[in-house]
Write a protein that binds this ligand. Structure first.
Ligand code: F6P
Length: 193
């Protein structure tokens, strides 16, 4: 059977500082994760199975895929949810500077759209062509971002819009989904660094 593998990028410098968005490089731990991926993927991809790696156009996903030797494709549609005026801020800074927005987001996280940015609903729409292509392909590994992978995971696992923005997609973990007759089988491989 074919598999869809996916992982967030390795820890970035912005992750370390608790900042949203941006286009920062990987931290030392993030680079270690990138180095661990080739063996991890080879171990769980069947022998003689082909794989294509999809990344976003951001430095942190491209750097995470750096040591993988499979064909690669960078999709703009896989770039992280655009936090608009809050890009580069921490949650604490947003709560201080935009307290109403912060509360509204908590109220309806799926529909909340950042000022000058996107909502989860917007991201689900922009991912449509990616999902269509995913349905046609054989084995794909997506190196992506937290909000993006929540949307893709929710699509394959039939999670509601209400639950989608809270799905746990931890760093340094590869998730393997294998479509079966009625649902996807899920496996998670965590890398300790
Ligand atoms: O903090 C990492 C990050 O990928 C941000 O770039 C993004 O805004 C956020 O996670 C998405 O998570 P949440 O919707 O829970 O804020």
């Amino acid at each position: 059977p074919r598999s869809i593998f996916f992982s967030r990028h390795g820890e970035s410098l912005y992750n370390v500082m608790g900042k949203l968005g941006g286009d920062s490089d990987l931290s030392a731990r993030g680079k270690q994760y990138a180095k661990s991926l080739p063996l991890l993927i080879a171990t769980h991809l069947g022998n003689s199975e082909q794989l294509t790696v999809w990344t976003s156009t951001m430095k942190r996903t491209i750097a995470t895929a750096e040591h993988l030797t499979y064909p690669k494709l960078a999709w703009k549609a896989l770039d992280e949810l655009d936090a608009g005026v809050c890009d580069g801020m921490t949650y604490e800074e947003i709560a201080e500077q935009y307290p109403e927005d912060f509360a509204n987001r908590d109220e309806d996280k799926f529909n909340y759209r950042y000022r000058g940015g996107e909502s989860y609903r917007d991201v689900v729409l922009r991912l449509e062509p990616v999902i269509m292509e995913l349905e046609r392909q054989r084995n794909i590994l997506i190196i992506g971002h937290q909000a993006i992978l929540r949307c893709i995971y929710a699509y394959f696992m039939n999670h509601s819009h209400e639950k989608l923005p809270y799905i746990k997609i931890p760093l340094h973990t590869v998730i393997q989904l294998t479509p079966r007759a009625y649902a996807c089988e899920e496996k998670r491989f965590k890398v300790d660094i």
